[in-house]
Design a protein around this ligand. Structure first.
Ligand SMILES: [Cu+2]
Length: 518
């Protein structure tokens, strides 16, 4: 892990600056992970078929073991030499996260929030928990040379506060130059399209008050301060004739689709919609999803001056979605001798193909009745303490739904007043972030990938309480306290931690006469 950086995330705009930091840090600190043997790893169900070449190699790289600290939700950027050491073409990229045994962690326990493989200072491959497989159509691949520099930017999120040891895995199909097929492979480059990029943590909020008709499309419908989250990578003006070969979207839970548009001389055309196919029984609320990728015969030519743009659409009915992404890297061939249809043609936006089906690690959905969480509506409140209410060892000190004795009583304030919370787990030795995020009372069902969600009767969210001690190493809010809104109506409010959703708590707002609302 890269320690000792002093640049805060807020000011870190752009890959270049963060990569320079990473390289500087590399000179000072040895990488914490080295090449290692791989455990046996299962193929994803219904994986996109391999494109076969004479002499193609199926390579598996396991990065780690990575020591996952309890409760961590940090971003790391490390160099790696885990890539082909002879020249050739990468034609397929299949990401995974496994324990040392080769088992894929349950997504409600530990997951790969995202990972980006940065090759020669350009983000080239990426994944989130949707784990799309990138398969280039026949005749296309990413050029790979032993002299390339590779960096892995990963964010491994431990949801349960238990240490773990994992490998980040990438499985490549590689056609070395010594294979006759290599001579006819055309080189693609990844053009990074990202609604909030470039940024080491490119996120925006998609909340129920935003958008129209229960959906919110970013950046199109962004207003007010949300406009600040629009990044330059949301658009790309093409500077030479090129052919778009492949793309697939990256979203978070709540995401419905990403799409790619082209603008040419006042005309707009939709090039591709990457739709989220939820296996999740509860709908668009979890990581139990696969994204539609372009089919192998999708091929679109663009001209200098064309402007491409990426857009992300989220559900805005069910819940609030904080710190979400909309990324759509495109594999681009800088030539026009590969066929394809013009970007303004009709029917370019063909249906996508799923690169795998339901993943076993997504089977624990949550939302079942359990006895270990109280219903805080039934528990009398106690006046809130004068000082801030602590959060420590994954518990809210007053009003936690798992607490015993007097700690179980929800703290209360009179209408018009507010409560303040402080995250003691944010101290450097722990460096664990927590949130207070409104969920619908009583918010006391079992934890899983689909429960709880930020569906409170009112919306509030503390942000990730904690500090970016490692420079850009975290998505923390750079503060450890949060004060509740002072305009809440009398009632019982429940909340959870977005980082560790088993954490649940409550507080009450009393009527002006000091009585609880019945
Ligand atoms: Cu937490």
């Amino acid at each position: 892990m890269i320690e000792g950086g002093t640049i805060s995330l807020k000011w870190l705009r752009g890959w270049t600056s963060c990569l320079l930091v990473a390289l500087a840090a590399w000179l000072l600190f040895a990488p914490d992970a080295k090449a290692a043997g791989c455990p046996p790893i299962q193929d994803k169900p219904d994986s996109t078929p391999h494109v076969d070449y004479a002499g193609v190699q199926h390579l598996t790289y396991c990065y780690g073991p990575v020591a996952v600290k309890p409760g961590q939700n940090i971003i790391r950027l490390n160099p790696t030499n885990l890539f082909p050491q002879v020249p050739g073409y990468i034609t397929r990229f299949d990401p995974e996260l496994v324990y040392e045994s080769g088992t894929v962690p349950r997504v409600d326990v530990l997951h790969l929030h995202h990972a980006v493989w940065v090759v020669n200072f350009n983000p080239q491959f990426a994944t989130g928990e949707e784990k799309s497989i990138l398969q280039m159509p026949p005749g296309f691949g990413w050029r790979s040379r032993p002299t390339d520099s590779w960096l892995l930017n990963d964010m491994i999120h431990d949801l349960v506060g238990v240490p773990a040891s994992v490998y980040v895995v990438w499985r490549l199909d590689f056609v070395p130059d010594t294979a006759p097929a290599a001579a006819s492979i055309k080189t693609v480059h990844t053009k990074w399209m990202d609604v909030s990029g470039p940024n080491i943590y490119p996120v925006f909020d998609a909340l129920r008050k935003m958008g129209r008709h229960g959906q919110y499309t970013f950046p199109d419908e962004a207003t007010g301060t949300s406009v600040q989250d629009i990044g330059p990578d949301s658009k790309w003006t093409v500077d030479r004739p090129a052919t778009l070969i492949s793309t697939v979207g990256h979203l978070h839970p709540g995401g419905l689709s990403t799409h790619l548009n082209v603008d040419r001389a006042g005309k707009t055309n939709r090039l591709f919609t990457s739709s989220a196919n939820y296996y999740e029984p509860a709908g668009a609320v979890s990581w139990d999803v696969a994204m539609g990728a372009t089919p192998p015969n999708w091929r679109v030519t663009v001209q200098p001056g064309d402007t491409l743009s990426v857009h992300a659409t989220y559900d805005a009915k069910r819940a609030d979605w904080y710190e979400v992404m909309g990324i759509m890297p495109i594999a681009v061939y800088y030539g026009t001798d590969a066929g394809g249809v013009d970007a303004l043609s009709k029917d370019v936006d063909v249906p996508g193909v799923l690169t795998h089906s339901h993943l076993e690690e997504n089977r624990n959905h949550g939302g079942e009745p359990v006895s270990y969480y109280a219903d805080p509506r039934l528990i009398p409140s106690v006046p809130a303490p004068a000082g801030p209410i602590g959060i420590e060892a994954y518990q809210y000190a007053q009003g936690d739904l798992t607490a015993f004795g007097s700690a179980a009583n929800p703290p209360s304030v009179i209408r018009g007043q507010s409560l303040t919370y402080i995250n003691h787990d944010a101290e450097p030795a722990e460096n664990t972030f927590h949130t207070l995020t409104a969920c619908r009372a009583p918010c006391n069902k079992s934890t899983g990938i689909a429960y709880p969600v930020a569906d409170g009767q009112v919306s509030f969210d503390s942000g990730q309480l904690g500090f970016n001690y490692a420079g850009f190493g975290a998505p923390a809010a750079d503060r450890d306290t949060w004060t509740t809104p002072n305009d809440l109506k009398p009632g019982t409010y429940t909340y959870f931690c977005r980082i560790h959703p088993f954490m649940r708590g409550s507080f009450k707002v009393l009527k002006k006469n000091g009585k609880e609302k019945k």
